[in-house]
Design a protein around this ligand. Structure first.
Ligand SMILES: C[S@@+](CC[C@H](N)C(=O)[O-])C[C@H]1O[C@@H](n2cnc3c(N)ncnc32)[C@H](O)[C@@H]1O
Length: 320
């Protein structure tokens, strides 16, 4: 999307988040800490369990490169470029897209016979994210950058929710986010009747879909409004998020993976290992919009224009 950005709408798969009370009772900061990926570089860490997300980043590479090139031309090859990666998480994936962006910027300037700009790379995620693991990879990132394109950039961490203001007004030239925007700011209200599912599943009470959609619309609009305030005129965003193919949100392929979690939890209830009431009140702060829902929010919010919209299909795509 350019300020008034391309979107990648992805078909998905799961990871779990647990909280056993009514949505309205749960403080947003609690949700934020639960959503954060597992830090470190151990066997179960996000860093070692994010191959599928890495593959999707690879599929989206072309669009990232094209949009970075275009924004540089539109902005007239400025001497300073500020880039943000929102929902960067921890581990090598963080630097996959960032490297592409920085390499593309530097190469574009070199091709034009100009000195590369100073590049400010801001890595954002929730405050509970393991930024330390990411920052330990910085020396190899800088080294590779020198080898690849002789570029230099200044990397910083920006802890906070992307559903809030994160950067000064009109400061960002290019915004990137991959595999993060399907996470809502909170569990939607009105899911009390959604007792045996952790997400949408057929059959489920009709208001359950409405509750999820409303929360997604509110959150994504807020995200766009915040970024509109922070992005320069003619700045761009490339957003990749988990979406759904089918227009009917209750069609099987929309929630298959989360349904497996629901079934597994119900098995644990029948084995007496988990309380029924806990499963009854457990709902995920997740929504995988279809293409129409996504573009409708962008059009209604009005700050960004969709330049291109692509659906990427990967195998075994997780929904985390
Ligand atoms: C599956 S990871 C994706 C990480 C990385 N972008 C990648 O492609 O591998 C999703 C990330 O989004 C972050 N996230 C979720 N909600 C967020 C929010 N409101 N603000 C900032 N980050 C958020 C999570 O903490 C998590 O690190």
């Amino acid at each position: 999307m350019s300020q008034r950005v391309p979107n990648y709408h992805i078909d998905d798969t799961p990871a779990a988040t647990v909280h056993p009370t009514k949505a309205a009772d749960i403080p947003t900061d609690f949700i934020m800490s639960v959503i954060s990926m597992k830090g470190g570089d151990g066997k179960h860490s996000y860093a070692n369990n994010s191959e599928a997300q890495k593959n999707i980043n690879a599929l989206a590479k072309l669009a990232v490169v094209e949009n970075v090139k275009e924004v540089i031309v539109k902005l007239g090859f400025p001497g300073y470029i500020k880039v943000a990666d929102l929902g960067c998480s921890s581990g090598e994936n963080t630097f996959v897209a960032t490297s592409e962006i920085v390499n593309t910027i530097v190469e574009s300037y070199q091709q034009k016979g100009q000195n590369p700009p100073e590049i400010d790379c801001c890595l954002n995620d929730l405050p509970d994210n393991d930024f330390n693991t990411t920052f330990k990879l910085l020396p190899s990132f800088h080294e590779k950058l020198q080898l690849d394109v002789k570029g230099k950039c200044f990397v910083s961490g920006v802890p906070g929710s992307f559903y809030s203001r994160l950067f000064p007004s009109k400061s960002l030239h290019f915004v990137h986010s991959s595999f993060s925007l399907h996470w809502l700011s909170k569990v939607p209200d009105g899911l009390e009747e959604n007792k045996t599912n952790v997400y949408l599943r057929s059959p489920c009470p009709p208001n359950v879909y409405e509750s999820y959609l409303t929360q997604f619309k509110n959150d994504f609009s807020l995200f766009l409004r915040m970024r509109a305030e922070e992005t320069m005129p003619n700045g761009r965003m490339v957003l990749t998020l988990v979406g759904r193919k089918a227009l009917n949100p209750l069609s099987k392929d929309c929630f298959q993976n989360w349904s497996l979690i629901s079934y597994s939890l119900l098995d644990l209830v029948s084995e007496g290992l988990v309380k029924e009431s806990d499963v009854g009140s457990f709902n995920l702060p997740f929504y995988n919009p279809d293409e129409n829902e996504l573009s409708e929010v962008i059009e209604n919010e009005g700050s960004f224009k969709i330049n291109n919209f692509e659906t990427l299909f990967g195998s075994n795509i997780p929904s985390s």
